[in-house]
Design a protein around this ligand. Structure first.
Ligand code: DQA
Length: 152
């Protein structure tokens, strides 16, 4: 069967600052799912796509940079919600450019409907694409797009 010949793929899911507070953090903007629930949905989606999904959250820019560097040896792609670092971090942008792994940027909220300072992303120019505004579906659609991109 076709399924059995798919090569193994591992994807690193990175969540940036304050996303550990999902569920209680501004639910009108970010929804009521906790980060653990989002991670579980991503792992389930990964199983359907026959891709291993490893999720990591950090509030620290350097820890996220380290994780991106380490991804080079372990993963074939990165799905990232960099949170507020999206709008500030040249270091994250440079890390993604340096490892040159296919990267999809996601946001729960539609960053373009919000404050002006959220309209610019340092990540977008080094990502293969961006999905913003669909709540947890942004992550699931992003994972699908990334796995399809890696396999194509
Ligand atoms: C976010 C949008 C960012 O502007 C914000 O700083 C976040 C979450 C989102 O998923 O909608 O922390 O990345």
């Amino acid at each position: 069967m076709l399924d059995s010949v798919l090569r193994p793929i591992s994807v690193l899911v990175l969540h940036g600052p304050n996303l550990n507070l999902l569920g209680q953090r501004e639910p009108g903007i970010y929804g009521s799912l906790t980060l653990a629930e989002i991670d579980r949905l991503l792992e389930e989606e990964g199983k359907k796509l026959q891709a291993k999904v490893i999720c990591l959250q950090s509030n620290h820019e350097g820890a996220l940079v380290d994780a991106i560097h380490e991804a080079l040896r372990q993963h074939q792609g990165i799905l990232i919600n960099a949170g507020a670092y999206t709008h500030t971090s040249v270091a994250l942008r440079d890390a993604i450019a340096a490892v040159n792994l296919p990267t999809v940027e996601v946001h729960l909220s539609n960053i373009y409907r919000r404050e002006d300072f959220r309209h610019h992303s340092y990540i977008a120019p080094v990502a293969i694409g961006q999905i913003s505004g669909f709540g947890v579906q942004s992550y699931l659609l992003g994972l699908q797009a990334l796995v399809h991109h890696i396999r194509k």
